[in-house]
Design a protein around this ligand. Structure first.
Ligand code: PLP
Length: 405
């Protein structure tokens, strides 16, 4: 049986059209875009075309606002570090407790260096409180260098009101950045009609290759480059352009435009079918996050009284790839900072699985997953001291204290 890939928030398969478009840039079109000879000019033209395609997907006013980087993490770092370097008198950053580590780890380091970082809390659905945000803006005003809030959360898919939050920041003269790594290609974005100053995206989340990202920088935004050297990217990101990947990203952006409507209908229907099917068959399971304001492809399902890693391993044996809400990379098997921040009871946070779909998934695959999950959960629950009543009586109300409160 064919394997089923439902871990698209981790990374996506390159679209075959993307790969085809990239291939000539490894062979005959290998020039350096900065060279004045025909080899360079050819590549320069292709990069311009790709920049235009990214501009269109983001609804940016100018193609010069698109800066190619190496990944979402680089874009995030560049945005925050640029804001604090360009405004040395402002030493405060506002962000949220549920950002990706690309933002949180950097903020933790900046805090050690003496910057003040305010992390907005989230409620059970993973949403921020705009009143808390408003009062922080009022309280810290001209001390704030930048507000950085993700457009959509990678674990739950919860969407943040970044357009409104950017307006509120601008009213106070504060720069606004959004990590839109999970949103681009899934949600319609029109940057020119917003007050967002900077936006990060990552190629490998939208069927382009790994190793290519973008930082959108609105015209007239005060900016300091992270990498200095050559004049590439109008002096905003030195280093010879990764031309093959940039071309691939351009094609991926054009395909994302074409598939946007389907993403929000076909993919969403598959995701909803998956959730309904699983929840109908498995007791003590629920969906994490905000089911109204949510990415169309993401289902974060908590299965109480079982370990997420156990579920993943058993699904993997059946050729089904998903991911868990545990920070398993740390080796601690602790539930993720997102689950803890939302106050998900530990009995459920431990057993949270994220299924993230793409346009390559089919109804037949969804039905295979719906059939596979219930026996896996039942089998694991037989081994669970909590479920069998042999262990300490769990208190489902017990929640993790938000680490970043
Ligand atoms: N931001 C978010 C919300 C993400 O989900 C990820 C990757 O998972 C990143 C940033 C980092 O992107 P990259 O892997 O391109 O560095």
């Amino acid at each position: 049986m064919n394997p089923i890939y439902m871990d698209n928030n981790a990374t996506t398969a390159c679209d075959p059209a993307v790969v085809q478009a990239m291939l000539p840039f490894f062979t005959e079109q290998f020039g350096n875009a900065s060279s004045i000879h025909s080899f360079g000019a050819q590549v320069g033209k292709a990069l311009k075309e790709a920049r235009g395609r990214v501009q269109t997907l983001l609804g940016a006013a100018h193609d010069s606002e698109i800066v190619f980087t190496s990944c979402g993490t680089e874009s995030d770092s560049t945005a925050i570090l640029s804001a604090i370097k360009a405004q040395p008198e402002r030493r405060t950053i506002i962000t949220t407790v549920v950002e990706h580590p690309a933002i949180l780890t950097l903020c933790d380091q900046l805090e050690k260096e003496g910057y003040v970082v305010h992390k907005l809390k989230v409620n059970k659905k993973g949403r921020v409180d705009l009143d808390e945000y408003k009062s922080l803006l009022g309280q810290f005003g001209d001390r704030v260098a930048i507000v950085s809030v993700m457009w959509a959360n990678n674990e739950t898919g919860t969407i943040f009101p970044v357009e409104e939050m950017a307006e509120m920041a601008h009213e106070k003269g504060i720069m606004f950045h959004t990590d839109a790594v999970q949103a681009v290609g899934k949600l319609a974005i029109d940057l020119k009609s917003t007050k967002i100053d900077m936006l990060s995206l990552s190629g490998h989340k939208l069927h382009a290759p790994k190793g290519i990202g973008v930082l959108y920088v609105r015209r007239n935004t005060r900016f300091r480059p992270l990498l200095r050297g050559g004049h590439q990217e109008r002096g905003r990101r030195a280093g010879t352009e990764n031309s093959a990947s940039i071309v691939g990203l351009g094609v991926a952006c054009e395909l994302a435009m074409q598939h946007m409507a389907a993403e929000n209908t076909v993919v969403k229907r598959l995701r909803d079918r998956l959730e309904r099917g699983v929840l109908a068959k498995v007791p003590n399971a629920f969906v994490n996050g905000d089911t109204l304001y949510r990415l169309p492809n993401t289902a974060s399902i908590a299965f109480e009284y079982v370990e997420g890693e156990g579920i993943l391993l058993m699904l993997n044996k059946q050729g089904i790839a998903a991911s868990s809400g545990s920070a398993c990379t740390s080796g601690s098997l602790e539930p993720s900072h997102v689950m803890r921040a939302m106050g998900i009871p530990y009995t459920a946070a431990h057993g949270t699985i994220r299924f993230s779909l793409s346009r390559y998934n089919t109804e037949e695959e969804v039905d295979r997953v719906i059939a596979a999950v219930p026996p896996v959960i039942a089998q694991l629950r037989k081994l669970s001291p909590y479920w069998s009543g042999e262990g300490p009586v769990p208190n489902p109300e017990q929640a993790f204290r938000p680490e970043y409160a």
